[in-house]
Design a protein around this ligand. Structure first.
Ligand code: ATP
Ligand code: MG
Length: 590
């Protein structure tokens, strides 16, 4: 059996190395190389067909995005097709909500499948094939309990023990297989096993279970079936029935590949398939630090209300990233940067955030928002005067134009942009210092007023005439620029600031470790969770331009970060999610 290094390598620089290499060779990733070679050799008649095969047992996460980019990307690049196939062989965990969500997320990422198929489309064909195997003496019904079957498997260095039912007469096997599907048997009371080799060095060949009884109704076939094929007995055959040429999956399936090939050989009974059979090839899974993937874990978070649903902006689901403000382009850029390799690694979340900034920098409209407001009064500015000033929407994109912002005597600014007594290198507001108010005047700070507790209530400044952009004094030298919004014109908004959901760099391994100490999933997760992963600021002020911001609109709150209008936002109650800060300010704890 093939095994992989159990410890993940921290892979901070991998992305750069991979992309550099790719650029140098203008090179193909190793899967593309395989595909090109197959095309050159005329395999499968020059056809390319892939599939993306999710199990509809949860929402897609960022790891799936990597597989999607590969499956759809290969088809696109080589003029082939990619189908969506739901691997729905386990009715207890699957449902239509997940099917719909998976489709929505793939479309949002910008991919379109040629056909939608379901493994359940092939239940009859798979059943017939299993019957065929029984008749050929290649499968038998085992009535031993699961634990016993497991205990007879042996170890990689020791052969397994043959089941006492292994040589049951064919007729008996056929009758019992029918019975497995009739509803009269309890789950777990018997299974169908392929008869291969109990001492094979690939443990998966030691008479694998290929059918089991499940009595939960199926989301598509209802209660028609009670006997369901196992993954290994469904996946390769489904690929074969559909005409898949390249069945791309992740590295944990490497040991399954020989079984995948064997079942297809059995299916075609020795017919020469060399140039016309699906080929399973494997690439590394995406693992991200400070991120827990796996639908099963994410489902626990949702079911135990530890997050605000599958699309909580802290979730690593595709819909979570969408709600958080990531774009499909940012996700694809990230996947591109990390590349595909033949070994498992742990990628740095900072790479994902950098890809997001790179993309949003190109598309986000620059606006002013104050998320920790304190009042600034321009004492020499007339009380009833309002000026409309031009603000550039996006310096990276001249075509994005400008919008207007109102300037008046009373403004909101960030509390941290004032210090009554400031150190030397503090270039923001402090009495006696001049500062530029972004898009407006240079002002001289003159002082502040404090409440009984000594907290600053109001800050005062004087506007220096003719210092607006383009005016005679505008080139006057100042070290700092701060943002502001006019109090009379600002709109109140709720701002949600997110941080990492997990305190530990490798939550997957930490969760496993805590579970081993006897903790249940919820308690273990609670120990690992960042208690400050969400900070809600109910009373922020944003410029008027944002009053009709629509859900999923992207903005750069100048000097603060990239933000996205939340799906719950309305004109009466604006809500913005911080997608990512402007710079990487994260410091690992400890
Ligand atoms: P999970 O454990 O999160 O449920 P899974 O592998 O069971 O993941 P499936 O729906 O069975 O999820 O997988 C659909 C496809 O996505 C498979 O081809 C699988 O290899 C791929 N995939 C799943 N997780 C990742 C990941 N982290 N990185 C890359 N590909 C992944
Ligand atoms: Mg799964």
């Amino acid at each position: 059996m093939i095994t992989f290094a159990p410890d993940l390598v921290i892979n901070r620089y991998m992305a750069e190395i991979v992309t550099q290499e790719n650029q140098e060779k203008k090179s193909l990733n190793f899967i593309e190389q395989i595909v090109e070679q197959d095309l050159a050799e005329g395999k499968n008649g020059g056809r390319i067909q892939t599939r993306f095969p999710p199990e509809p047992n949860g929402y897609l996460h960022i790891g799936h995005a990597k597989a999607i980019c590969m499956d759809f990307g290969i088809a696109e690049r080589y003029g082939g097709i990619c189908n969506l196939r739901f691997d729905d062989t386990n009715p207890t965990k699957e449902n239509v909500e997940y099917v719909d969500a998976i489709m929505e997320d793939i479309r949002w990422l910008g991919f379109q499948w040629a056909n939608v198929f379901y493994a359940s489309d092939y239940f009859q064909q798979l059943w017939d094939f299993a019957v065929e195997l029984i008749k050929e003496g290649k499968a038998y019904i085992d009535e031993q309990p699961q634990e016993v079957i497991l205990s007879q498997k042996g170890t990689p260095t020791q052969p397994g023990i043959e089941s006492p039912y292994r040589n049951r007469p064919m007729e008996e096997n056929l009758a019992l297989f029918e019975k497995m599907n009739s509803g009269e048997l309890e789950e777990g009371s018997m299974v169908l096993r392929a008869k291969i080799d109990m001492s094979h060095n690939n443990m998966l060949f030691r008479d694998p279970i290929i059918y089991r009884i499940v009595k939960t109704p199926h989301h598509r076939t209802g209660d028609k079936w009670k006997a369901y094929p196992m993954y290994d007995f469904a996946h390769g055959q489904s690929d074969f029935f559909e005409g898949v040429t390249h069945s791309l999956c992740t590295l944990e399936f490497v040991p399954h590949r020989p079984l995948y090939d064997l079942f297809i050989d059995w299916l075609k009974k020795g017919e020469d398939l060399d140039d016309n059979r699906p080929k399973q090839r494997e690439f590394n899974k995406l693992n991200l630090n400070y991120t827990l993937l796996s639908k099963r874990n994410l489902l626990s978070l949702v079911q135990n209300n530890m997050v605000d649903g599958w699309d909580d902006p802290r979730m690593p689901t595709i819909c979570g990233y969408r709600r958080r403000g990531y774009t499909p382009e940012a996700i694809k850029l990230f996947v591109d940067k990390i590349g595909y390799t033949l070994y498992d690694a742990l990628n740095d979340m900072a790479l994902m955030e950098a890809a997001c900034r790179e993309d949003l920098n190109r598309r986000a409209t620059r606006v002013s928002a104050v998320i920790d407001p304190v009042k600034l009064i321009v004492t020499n500015y007339p009380e009833d005067k309002v000026e409309l000033l031009d603000a550039i929407n996006n310096p990276e994109d001249p075509e994005a134009g400008t919008h207007q912002i109102a300037f008046s005597r009373e403004l909101w600014i960030e509390r941290e942009d004032f210090m009554e007594e400031a150190p030397k290198k503090y270039f923001r507001l402090t009495p006696g210092q001049e500062v530029r108010l972004k898009n407006a005047y240079i002002v001289l700070c003159t002082g502040c007023k404090k409440d009984a507790e000594g907290r600053v209530e109001e800050i005062y400044c004087e506007c220096i005439p003719n210092t607006k952009t383009g005016e005679s004094e505008s080139n006057r030298r100042v070290r700092g620029t701060i943002h502001w919004v006019s109090i009379a014109h600002a709109v109140q908004a709720e701002v949600r600031l997110y941080d990492r959901l997990w305190l530990v760099e490798n939550p997957r391994d930490e969760l496993a470790r805590l579970r081993e100490t006897g903790l249940d999933v919820v308690d273990a997760m609670k120990q690992m969770m960042n208690p400050n992963s969400l900070e809600v600021r109910p009373c922020c002020y944003v410029e008027e331009f944002l009053a009709d911001a629509q859900p999923l609109d992207h903005f750069q709150f100048q000097r603060i970060g990239y933000f996205c209008t939340d799906k719950s936002s309305t004109p009466d109650h604006l809500v913005f999610n911080r997608t990512v800060s402007l710079k990487d300010s994260f410091k690992p704890k400890g």
